[in-house]
Write a protein that binds this ligand. Structure first.
Ligand SMILES: NC(=O)C1=CN([C@@H]2O[C@H](COP(=O)(O)OP(=O)(O)OC[C@H]3O[C@@H](n4cnc5c(N)ncnc54)[C@H](OP(=O)(O)O)[C@@H]3O)[C@@H](O)[C@H]2O)[C@@H](O)CC1
Ligand SMILES: Nc1ncnc2c1ncn2[C@@H]1O[C@H](COP(=O)(O)OP(=O)(O)O)[C@@H](O)[C@H]1O
Ligand SMILES: [K+]
Length: 493
């Protein structure tokens, strides 16, 4: 799914209107989708307090008020009574509710926090173009104090659609954000996402031609995209069809990491799977993963990385940073020309030795925020981090997978794919090792690298979501995640 900027959404709005849908019907339709969702999900609540601004977000709020009232709910609407500068469509809809005696319209200051009232935020949407004034900040801070269910229309007020907020910004803290047609960039970054609650994307029939043609570098990975990428296995095939994955890692005490990568590569469909690990891991690996072939290197830590023909390497899980291991990795990178997947200590070794230039072009690196910082330096926030990652991905011609709650894939031509599968049950040592195995396996199966990255992060998160359903976020383990890779494939058929 494309992510458009607020100015592109505005253009999309106009393109839809030019095709013959009036702006007032567009608002009516958008609000109807919200009202229907609210009725379906808040049946047992009787009272709604709707806070409306003076733009079209407020206009949506007025229409929602009317629709909820018509469905038998008790509705109060709050506006800034001193402000008469409403948008055209907001004014029309405000006038309509003024004619309904059952809907009371009051000033924001008159809100008296009725029990069980659901608060609906229709103050500002994508039209917010500057910091909120103190009056609005106070209003929002007061609303945030109230124990009530809270719903934001389109965007939680105080957030910009596509950029970072100030440190002391006041933002409406929603339990649900009912947003129109597209994810907004700010819904996907940790500093701003926390205000959104659960995000519900409502299709309001904006002009499809405009959306198809709109140019953007930003995408959300959705099932439509995954269906286009996934290649079902051919019946007339053999193990050679599905590539050779070589997982390199493990050191004394951290053999589990490379074991999990190896198992993940197998479960993702790799045809032939090898593990290069120190001797101390031999028995563990051979008994736990008999399908993989073991190549030893060093006693307790790796001291050489053998180069094999026609293989895809995934290097890093549990690798450690012993001097001999560092030398082995750097020597391997000096002599290796194909794409590799680099994770964990492989990245730390590259950072400490300042050898970014050794990463082969079209490789994949999978840093978490701290590893990213070690490689490329400090940034102020995740929006800046993403910009730096785009710059580096282009400069080094590599794919950067920035791991986070919403992991981001950044391509050498600066496309950005946000992943929305996955959950906090994956915040456990070992989850990243699983991702390394999945990515190595997909690339070895000749998925184009961009597609392997997009499919890989999605598959990883989706397996995590199935594991959370079975075991709970607390109790699920990275090994459960590996076992649920099969559930994802079963569902993809
Ligand atoms: N295609 C779609 O997605 C559809 C979108 N729809 C809806 O329209 C919404 C966008 O509407 P919008 O463009 O009127 O902007 P909105 O967010 O209401 O605010 C603009 C007003 O706020 C003001 N203002 C700005 N910053 C301010 C500040 N800090 N403090 C105070 N004021 C501030 C600004 O004033 P000005 O800058 O002119 O002084 C202007 O008056 C969108 O989010 C969705 O809900 C649907 O109805 C139909 C389909
Ligand atoms: N709260 C979360 N929500 C979604 N995914 C998460 C969360 N926490 C961790 N993950 C995922 O788990 C993995 C953790 O990787 P990493 O930090 O390298 O840990 P490890 O020590 O297991 O290698 C990443 O893919 C990350 O996206
Ligand atoms: K809003």
């Amino acid at each position: 799914m494309k992510i458009l900027s607020s100015s592109q959404i505005k253009e999309c709005d106009s393109a839809t209107i030019e095709k013959g849908i009036s702006s007032i019907s567009l608002m009516e339709n958008a609000a109807k989708k919200c009202a229907n969702w609210i009725v379906d999900n808040f049946k047992s609540n009787q009272n709604f307090s709707i806070f409306a601004g003076n733009g079209n977000n407020g206009g949506d709020g007025f229409v929602i008020a009317r629709m909820l009232y018509e469905k038998g709910f008790d509705v109060e609407v709050f506006i800034d009574e001193n402000n008469s500068k409403f948008s055209e469509d907001a004014k029309i809809n405000l006038n309509k509710i003024k004619l309904i005696s059952g809907i009371t319209i009051k000033d924001y200051s008159e809100f008296d926090n009725r029990d069980n009232s659901v608060i609906i935020d229709a103050l500002f949407g994508y039209g917010l173009n500057r910091e909120l004034s103190d009056d609005f900040k106070n209003l929002i801070e007061n609303l945030n104090q109230i124990q009530a269910s809270k719903i934001s229309i389109d965007i939680p007020t105080g957030l910009f659609a596509d950029r970072m907020i100030n440190k002391n910004a006041a933002v409406f803290k929603a339990d649900f954000t009912l947003t129109f047609q597209f994810y907004k960039k700010s819904f996907l970054h940790p500093e701003t996402e926390k205000f959104c609650g659960k995000i519900i994307v409502l299709d309001i029939d904006l002009d499809e031609d405009f959306i198809n043609e709109a140019e953007t570098d930003y995408f959300v990975i959705d099932e439509i995209l995954i269906k286009k990428i996934y290649k079902p296995r051919e019946e007339f095939s053999h193990k050679g069809t599905y590539g050779k994955s070589v997982l390199v890692g493990g050191s004394y005490g951290k053999i589990g990491a490379v074991l999990m990568s190896t198992l993940s590569a197998l479960k993702t469909g790799s045809g032939l799977t090898f593990t290069i690990a120190p001797k101390c891991g031999n028995i563990i690996l051979q008994s736990q993963v008999p399908e993989a072939m073991f190549i030893d290197s060093g006693e307790n830590h790796i001291n050489e990385i053998e180069i094999q023909d026609k293989a895809i390497y995934g290097i890093g899980p549990g690798l450690g940073k012993e001097i001999e291991t560092q030398k082995a990795l750097l020597e391997f990178l000096e002599n290796y020309r194909n794409s590799v997947v680099l994770d964990a200590d492989a990245l730390n070794i590259i950072a400490e030795n300042q050898k970014l230039n050794l990463i082969p072009k079209h490789s994949v690196i999978t840093p978490h925020p701290l590893e990213f910082e070690r490689l490329f330096g400090k940034t102020e926030n995740s929006f800046e981090r993403l910009e730096l990652a785009k710059q580096k991905a282009e400069e080094l011609q590599i794919f950067i997978i920035l791991k986070d709650h919403h992991t981001v894939v950044i391509t050498p031509n600066q496309k950005v794919f946000y992943n929305i599968t996955g959950n906090s049950g994956m915040a456990k040592g070992g989850s990243g090792d699983v991702l390394t195995g999945i990515l190595t396996s997909l690339i070895s199966q000749k998925y184009d690298i961009e597609k392997a990255c997009v499919f890989g992060v999605w598959l990883h998160g989706k397996a995590g979501d199935f594991a959370a359903v079975e075991f709970s976020k607390e109790a699920m383990l990275p090994t459960d995640l590996i076992n649920h890779i099969s559930t994802v494939f079963k569902h993809s058929r």
